[in-house]
Ligand binder design. Structure first.
Ligand SMILES: [Zn+2]
Length: 275
């Protein structure tokens, strides 16, 4: 028998990065069984929002909580849900960071790329999509052509990729991979449902490749540059001050990718085109 499941986006207020003011948690399931994807920030609002949504949509209380990644606006909210006795689902590469984020909770189930979780008789496919963090997970609800993409894609703007967790080359690979999926709806880590997912993924890919080219052009023009000087040149004064630091780290992540590819070299904190 084919069971119907619901996928409910629950935005939880969090002190996250501008322009977003909430983190999305997703409830997937029905009145018999459900799973929660991400748990927001560690504050009482998290629980209030989730319990309200569970009741409103007639869902079972989740026994599994999949954390896309360890960041403080996605993972530590599980501490508010300790009495649900949840099993926390994460990727082995993210395990240590998750343990730090959710302590004292400790019931962890490690899942690998391609593994299936069955919830309310529906198979949900776990995808390892590194880049924003090394063990970042996405959840693919193939039967509904829906991807819960965590911070790979945002409802508005682009994700920051940088130290200490981010690797640009991995991120671009992950974007190409999720672009190849048969999806009609994408649930981002922040912001509203994305209803033209392929277009949005192309927009982000294009932004990253354009930025990479711009950085190379600036290094040619100015002979050398640092992540800070390049970020100032890229944005002129058009950047919200609260996100300058993550923009700088994203520039640095591009530079690290170019160094690994042998196109750029680093000397005393400055970068220049390799000749
Ligand atoms: Zn994040």
């Amino acid at each position: 028998m084919k069971t119907e499941i619901k996928i409910i986006r629950v935005p939880i207020p969090t002190p996250t990065l501008w322009p977003h003011t909430s983190t999305n948690c997703y409830l997937v399931g029905n009145d018999e069984e459900s799973i929660l994807v991400d748990a927001g920030y560690d504050q009482p609002d998290t629980r209030i929002c989730l319990e309200k949504a569970i009741e409103e949509h007639g869902l079972a209380r989740p026994s599994l909580i999949l954390l896309t990644h360890s960041h403080r606006d996605h993972a530590p909210g599980v501490k508010q849900l300790a009495d649900w006795n949840p099993t926390i689902v994460c990727h082995p590469t993210e395990k240590e960071a998750i343990i730090d984020a959710i302590s004292p909770l400790e019931e962890i189930l490690l899942v690998h790329d391609g593994e299936l979780l069955t919830v309310a008789n529906v198979e949900l496919k776990v995808l390892h999509t590194p880049g924003h963090t090394p063990g970042h997970l996405s959840l693919y609800v193939e039967s509904k052509q829906v991807l819960l993409a965590g911070d790979n894609i945002l409802g508005e703007g682009t994700t920051w990729i940088g130290k200490p967790d981010g690797v640009m080359a991995d991120y671009l690979q992950s974007l190409k991979r999720i672009h190849s999926l048969d999806i009609k709806k994408l649930g981002p880590g922040h912001g509203d449902w994305v209803l033209s997912p392929h277009q949005q993924i192309e927009f982000v890919l294009d932004r990253r490749l354009t930025r990479e080219q711009q950085i190379k052009d600036l290094l040619v023009e100015h002979e050398k540059g640092s992540p800070t000087s390049l970020t100032k040149l890229i944005y002129q004064d058009q950047i919200h001050p609260s996100v300058f630091e993550v923009a700088r780290r994203t520039t640095e992540a591009h530079l690290i990718k170019l160094v690994n590819e042998g196109l750029v070299i680093q000397e005393d904190g400055d970068y220049r085109i390799s000749t």
